[in-house]
Design a binder for this molecule. Structure first.
Ligand code: AMP
Length: 118
């Protein structure tokens, strides 16, 4: 069972923000922003590339509810999905990173100049 499935099952503790039958939101253990949350489907889906459209559709209002609950709906926030090895995904269970609570920078994500790939 993957680490996020263990969190869903309550085998590993988490600092929960919001949950319903399908989705769970909890604090990231290694925050990269004043507010850094993870939002996951309770069902095990390894990565975004495998995600059915129905899950992505259903998770949208859940994420919006989290943002509102955290007071980020007006100030703004960033959503990130790391997909697979080159995407930097470490936990093989689909998750959104929701980052906010400050004005986020927009750093270079690769050592290679981005214009070279355009
Ligand atoms: P990713 O690199 O996109 O797979 O992100 C995985 C994220 O999960 C990282 O930001 C970790 O800090 C976070 N993480 C790993 N284990 C836990 C845990 N037990 N509770 C909360 N966050 C975790």
């Amino acid at each position: 069972m993957c680490i996020f499935c263990k969190i869903v099952e309550g085998e590993i503790p988490s600092n929960k923000i919001l949950e319903n039958d399908e989705f769970l939101c909890f604090h990231d253990a290694n925050p990269r922003a004043p507010i850094h949350l993870l939002i996951i489907p309770k069902v095990h889906i390894e990565k975004f590339q495998d995600a059915p459209a129905s899950i992505m559709s259903a998770i949208t209002p859940f994420i919006q509810e989290v943002a509102t609950k955290m007071g980020l709906d007006l100030s703004g926030y960033r959503l990130i999905i790391n997909n697979g090895e080159n995407g930097g995904q470490e936990v093989p269970h689909l998750h959104f990173h929701l980052l906010g609570g400050t004005k986020l920078s927009w750093p270079h994500f690769s050592k290679e100049a981005t214009h070279k790939s355009l």
